[in-house]
Design a protein around this ligand. Structure first.
Ligand SMILES: C[S@@+](CC[C@H](N)C(=O)[O-])C[C@H]1O[C@@H](n2cnc3c(N)ncnc32)[C@H](O)[C@@H]1O
Length: 205
């Protein structure tokens, strides 16, 4: 961890891992986690779309006392979601995310005892989750799980909580943008685009 070069006016140390490939994404997470933790916003943390856990490990680091739900097939995209991608010309959905495992992900977590792994197809894997949340990362790339993720998590997000959606402004995964705009229009809520590497948006409650 290194001290962040920006926001020096904050009278606290900001720990940002400069080895992470996307400074803006991680720096935003650090600021949000500080808001949530210092305001004592209740709730668990979740990521939908974990792959090797490279972002999830920072969720676990910045929220060391909270349960962290990790949702992924751990076998890559599901054909049920791929159909919609091809039909709407959102993406080819041909990236291979099969090269991971639950064991591999847990091995890089700083607090693995706080992790609750939900392996399989989302949203089915959420059917027994009776929790509220303070922070959720949606990073499934495809329209269906992004829309279903917002439908599931937004009502369970506590006031003062945040959802970060990766790939909103990513031309490679056009369905993410459609899913976010559909949900936010239906719910009459806003979002803030970030200038990070994948064009994330942040939804605050
Ligand atoms: C881009 S990767 C996640 C990357 C990770 N968040 C990171 O920052 O390193 C997308 C992941 O979403 C998962 N995924 C996509 N659709 C899913 C679904 N319907 N249910 C469960 N997992 C899904 C894939 O298996 C893949 O591992």
């Amino acid at each position: 961890m290194a001290i962040a070069p920006s926001l020096a006016y904050l009278s606290r140390t900001r720990e940002i891992d400069t080895r992470y490939y996307d400074y803006i994404r991680l720096s935003t997470l650090e600021l949000i986690s500080d808001e949530i933790n210092h305001r004592n916003i209740p709730g668990s943390v979740a990521e939908i779309g974990v792959f090797k856990g490279k972002f999830a490990r920072y969720l676990n680091y910045y929220f060391p006392d909270r349960d962290l739900y990790l949702f992924d097939t751990f076998e890559g995209f599901d054909n049920r979601d791929k159909k919609k991608e091809l039909k709407e010309n959102y993406s080819a959905a041909d990236q291979d995310f099969s090269g991971t495992s639950v064991q591999q992900v847990l091995a890089i977590m700083p607090h693995p005892e706080k992790c609750i792994v939900k392996k399989g197809y989302f949203p089915g894997t959420a059917s027994d989750v009776n929790e509220t949340f303070a922070f959720v990362s949606l990073d499934t790339d495809l329209y269906e799980p992004i829309y279903n993720g917002l439908v599931f998590f937004y009502p369970r997000l506590n006031a003062g909580g945040y959802i970060m959606v990766h790939d909103f402004n990513n031309e490679g995964y056009k369905g993410v943008r459609d899913a976010v705009i559909r949900f936010c229009t239906e719910q009459k809520i806003g979002y803030t685009p970030l200038p990070d590497k994948a064009g994330s948006v942040v939804i605050a409650k």
